[in-house]
Design a protein around this ligand. Structure first.
Ligand SMILES: Cc1ncc(COP(=O)(O)O)c(C=O)c1O
Length: 399
């Protein structure tokens, strides 16, 4: 990664990989059992302990986790599932995999980029079956309000916790508020296994269903047979092969051990951005001024002042060696989903047009944050035309 990131003075993200992961992988190789087995079981136990979930099931990636969640909850043709549009497309694609229809709802405000409970309420129909909540950037969505709404209407809540391992709200881990939590260990996430994911649930029957669907609908695993615990198996559902493997589970265990410390480091770096950016870049809004609970600080989103050409800004940042990104191009605007477009999503559209994500990863130094802040100030100065320079600071950004 260091080599890949060589072109950047400060990349958008970087992973914390070291001797712990190397030793863990070597140990698996030497034990000569590579597919899902004892190391995966230990990884799942560690993850259940971190979140307080009754069950944790490791899977190929978060997209597979979301798919299995929908299948286990019985989503199918004719069902509507409410999702944010300000998310990675996998959140909506997984609903489509089940044959159900994603219905996009707006986010709360320019400060809270997760689902608006009021807007979700406005999108309910007799066909609504569930809500998929995304904890954008590692920040908790308004789970009490969303769960209350879901409870009133008999809806299931699934949490897309791709950004928020280790985050909590009112002392309860994100991913354990809804019926099922879906985590990602993709390589730009707070903890990584390359590709990988985890399902969490407190429901024994759901856990059993998820376990079956993860591995072809088979009643025993190759691992069970290897250990002499079974000789054959039945198939009770048309399941999938969404298993993780021991190499990635071993990396996951090492990464999980570092997660609390790395999340704390992210919080410090984010606080440094918050301390420096308002003076250096007036007019740039920083969402989540007063976040709910304990964030995982996966992303540092910023909203550019009106009048700034985002591509020019990102190009100016690139010229200064700083990688930036956009989270997200709204899903309802993609060609495939435009057909399913419902009523307008004004806050999503306003936010998505101005959002730029700044570098944030535990290996950043305080000096790196200063370099990014200085580059933001310069990039704004060269891209903001005279007439658009904000005179009223952050209020210029209210949407
Ligand atoms: C919000 C969100 N949901 C789902 C996913 C899909 O995760 P994975 O790449 O592990 O399938 C991602 C990954 O980028 C994500 O950011």
């Amino acid at each position: 990664m260091a080599e890949l990131n060589g072109q950047w003075r400060v990349p958008l993200a970087d992973i914390d990989l070291g001797p712990e992961e190397e030793a863990a992988v070597l140990d698996v190789l030497r034990r000569r059992w590579l597919t899902m087995g004892g190391v995966t079981a230990a990884f799942e136990a560690d993850f259940a302990a971190l979140t307080g979930a009754e069950h944790a099931l490791a899977v190929t990636n978060c997209t597979a986790a979301l798919h299995l969640a929908g299948l286990a909850l019985g989503w199918g043709p004719g069902d509507e599932v409410i999702v944010p549009s300000l998310t990675f497309v996998a959140t909506a694609n997984a609903v489509r995999y089940c044959g159900a229809t994603p219905v996009f709802a707006d986010v709360t405000s320019a400060d809270d980029l997760s689902l608006s409970p009021d807007d979700v309420a406005a999108r309910l129909s007799p066909r609504t079956r569930a809500i998929v909540v995304v904890h954008y950037g590692g920040y908790a969505a308004d789970m009490p309000a969303l769960l209350a709404l879901a409870g009133r209407h008999g809806l299931d809540v699934v949490e897309d916790v791709a950004h928020a391992p280790g985050a909590s709200l009112d002392g309860r881990a994100l991913g354990t508020w809804g019926r099922i939590g879906c985590f990602s260990f993709f390589s730009n996430k707070n903890m990584t296994t390359g590709e990988g994911g985890m399902l969490t649930t407190d429901d024994d029957a759901l856990a059993e269903r998820l376990r079956l669907l993860r591995s072809h609908g088979m009643t025993t695993l190759t691992w069970d047979r290897h250990r002499g615990h079974a000789f054959s198996y039945d198939v009770v559902a048309p399941g999938y092969n969404y298993r993780i493997d021991e190499l990635r589970a071993a990396i996951g265990r090492a990464q999980l051990a570092k997660l609390p410390g790395n999340n704390r480091r992210r919080a410090q770096l984010d606080a440094a951005y918050r301390a420096l950016l308002p003076a250096a870049a007036p007019g740039l809004a920083l969402p989540y001024a007063a976040p709910r609970g304990v964030s995982a600080h996966h992303l540092r989103p910023a909203l550019l002042p009106p009048g700034v050409d985002r591509t020019a800004f990102m190009t100016a940042m690139k010229e200064r060696g700083i990688q930036t990104s956009i989270h997200y191009p709204p899903v309802h605007r993609f060609s495939y989903y435009r057909r399913a477009e419902g009523p307008a999503l004004p806050i999503t559209e306003a936010v998505a047009a101005r959002e730029v994500t700044l570098p944030l990863y535990p290996g950043m130094s305080a000096g790196d944050v200063e370099v990014v802040v200085a580059a933001v100030a310069e990039a704004l100065a060269v891209t903001l035309d005279e007439d658009s320079r904000p005179t009223v600071g952050l209020t210029a950004l209210a949407v």
